[in-house]
Design a protein around this ligand. Sequence first.
Ligand SMILES: [Mg+2]
Length: 269
Amino acid sequence: MRFTDLDGEAGQAKLASTVLPRTPRTILFLPGESHFTAAESRGFAHVDTWVFDLDNTLYPSDAMVWPQVDERITLYVMRLYGLDGLSARALQKHFYHRYGTTLKALMLEENIDPHDFLDFAHDIDHSTISLDPALGDAIERLPGRKLILTNGSRRHAENVARKIGILDHFEDVFDIADAQFVPKPERSTYERFLERHGVDPRRAVLFEDIARNLAVPHEIGMGTVLVVPRTLDPFREAFEQEAVHEAHIDHITNDLAGFLSERVLPEMR
Ligand SMILES: [Mg+2]
């Protein structure tokens, strides 16, 4: 049974039995299923530009990239304020919830140099990242342009994508500096991205691991795919990882390479 087969009353009853009674709803993938498609979603045949977030989207959370970046940011906050680790951690979480990113908070409150911050935060060990030939093959076979849209730095995106073995498939990276240090989900960042790369949002789709970062893209006509972890990642906020079906999410998957080859590529022939 697939979620897309759940039309009509019988289907709705089956769906209700698989959805937790809470708001927002959490989709429980059925055994053997990795993908969910909303009934009203458009397919992919019209798409000519494929846009991917980087962190926790193009690599799985067990690649241990984000925990390292997160720890470097804590270290930066410790040094800047002369705090112990626990206090810095608390402050960092406060910044994240209040400003969206610690970088934005520190630029506004402490006037730090964003380039210094990004170099420091992304100075990580890349040996934990594995080649992903299945993902590389699927991305290569997507017809059209492929771009990375990240709240991190270009150098970080290039280093990570190179290790996954997918960098050469991308035309360019639009990073947080290109966004004038205004992170997703701010509307101006998506608009700047579309303008810079001459992308028609109605012919583009965005793959992203944070649900709220898909709201503006959906509003401006992009297709939206939420990429969730297969198991809950203890290093990240729970709200970032829920397989939440909201109106602005067209598809949900916990297996990006599988989604591209099983759901997207068959439509492109
Ligand atoms: Mg991400």
